[in-house]
Design a protein around this ligand. Structure first.
Ligand SMILES: Cc1cc2nc3c(=O)[nH]c(=O)nc-3n(C[C@H](O)[C@H](O)[C@H](O)COP(=O)(O)OP(=O)(O)OC[C@H]3O[C@@H](n4cnc5c(N)ncnc54)[C@H](O)[C@@H]3O)c2cc1C
Length: 397
């Protein structure tokens, strides 16, 4: 799709901003958690000010009100300029925004949305040790009580795999308020302060030395009833708004970033003297084709959405093709780089382009699970798109 004059103008505007402001050397400046957080906060603040941090928000917010085609231009340019992705504020600007925008009261929206732009970050407290793909199996319990004259939910339980919860001020929390009827029916959606008494956060130390996730333990945490989104027991529908928020656009951004990452692979091939190695060149050629295919799939997904066409399963195809290409990319880098690349940089918060091939390789496997596992995506594609028989109820792993 070629740019219209308006899109061309936007592209030049974003490019001019990035030429002046795009951070350089951010990978080396993000080796410790504190540095990572500082780098992320600084870049987010600059993008908010310039109007490029939240193009998908409504127009009343600075930089909001952009159509999908405009969003695509912004993400393409950010990817081309190799800027850091907004990992720290990702849950806030996508998941929290979508939830608040679509399901919260106007008071809740007025209270929370502006604070996101000021840098307040959210985490997502959905998964539990016994509830991931089968999210409706959550057991974290909330009972409604009067405490010191206030009506509150008293919450007890545990959440796991909560991305960057250790840095978050707020949490999108799914709890069980009833066990009657189907399991989806007893779920309630709450907005929790991470510094509330009874909340403890334990970062999870990962194989590559990173601590991208945390467990959240909830011990008699009091959450005012006014912090509930939607009705009691109707949180499952609200959770769908949260989960749908990252569908497509995030993957599109990542797909464009893969194009840029190919240059990194090409440099590695040259640096290690593999320009004449036919095996390496064949694999690189395959990877380039694969990345082109992922970008084409992501583009088609977006073009359809611009036309108002969205089929159940489309986002699953983008996701699975992206995660497959990511694994091929990281594997090639590790192979070509040889022993020199078989180390893990001290702290490298997960993304496809950390600057360390071993970390990228290990992180590539997180993408087989994040945002719904590959197997679950395949179920969606086969059942919802291809009309294949549904998996039997009561399937257990
Ligand atoms: C990078 C990353 C970030 C994450 N961030 C967050 C976060 O911020 N907040 C949060 O709450 N959670 C987060 N998660 C957790 C994520 O949502 C869960 O890991 C995911 O839903 C899978 O659940 P599980 O880990 O319990 O695995 P399980 O559901 O136990 O799955 C185990 C295996 O069984 C397979 N399987 C399960 N059900 C089926 C089925 N019906 N058919 C075929 N195969 C099946 C899966 O594909 C998988 O291979 C994150 C995970 C990752 C990897």
């Amino acid at each position: 799709m070629t740019d219209t004059p308006d899109l061309e103008a936007l592209r030049s505007e974003v490019r001019a901003f990035l030429q002046a402001e795009a951070p350089t050397g951010w990978r080396d400046a993000s080796r410790t958690q504190d540095d990572f957080v500082a780098t992320q906060r600084g870049w987010f603040a600059k993008l908010v000010k310039a109007g490029y941090a939240i193009p998908h928000w409504p127009a009343q917010f600075n930089g909001g009100g952009r159509g999908l085609a405009e969003q695509k231009v912004i993400y393409e340019e950010l990817a081309k300029a190799d800027c850091p992705r907004l990992l720290l504020s990702f849950v806030s600007t996508y998941h929290a925004f979508a939830t608040l925008h679509e399901c919260a009261s106007t008071e809740q929206q007025a209270e929370y949305l502006p604070r996101i732009l000021e840098g307040e970050t959210w985490c997502q407290g959905f998964s539990e040790p016994g509830a991931g793909s089968d999210l409706a199996a959550i057991k974290t319990r909330a009972t409604r009580e009067m405490r010191d004259g206030r009506e509150v939910y008293v919450v007890n339980g545990q959440k796991v795999w909560s991305t960057m919860a250790q840095f978050a001020q707020k949490c999108l929390l799914l709890v069980r308020t009833s066990s009657d009827g189907v399991k989806q029916a007893g779920i309630t959606y709450l907005l929790m302060d991470m510094d509330a008494p009874g909340v403890s956060v334990r970062p999870i130390h990962q194989i590559q030395g990173d601590e991208e996730f945390a467990e959240i333990f909830l011990d008699n945490v009091e959450i005012p009833v006014s912090r509930r989104v939607g009705e009691e027991g109707k949180g499952w529908a609200v959770a769908q708004a949260t989960l749908a928020s990252e569908r497509g656009l995030t993957l599109m951004e990542l797909s464009y970033r893969m194009r840029g990452a190919l240059a990194r692979a090409a440099t590695l091939i040259r640096e290690h003297g593999h320009e004449e190695d036919r095996g390496v060149l064949r694999d690189f050629g395959e990877l380039v084709t694969q990345v082109d295919a992922v970008c084409a799939i992501a583009d088609q997904f977006l073009d359809n959405r611009i036309k108002g066409i969205e089929r159940m399963g489309d986002a699953s195809i983008v996701k699975n093709s992206y995660s497959r290409a990511l694994r091929a990319y990281a594997k090639l880098g590790l192979r070509v780089g040889g022993m020199a690349e078989q180390y893990i940089a001290p702290i490298t918060f997960g993304d496809l382009n950390t600057g360390n091939w071993m970390a990228d390789f290990m992180n590539s496997y997180a993408w087989t699970i994040a945002g719904g596992s590959e197997e679950v995506q395949r179920n969606i594609i086969s059942e919802r798109m291809l009309d294949m028989p549904r998996e039997p109820k009561g399937w257990v792993i």
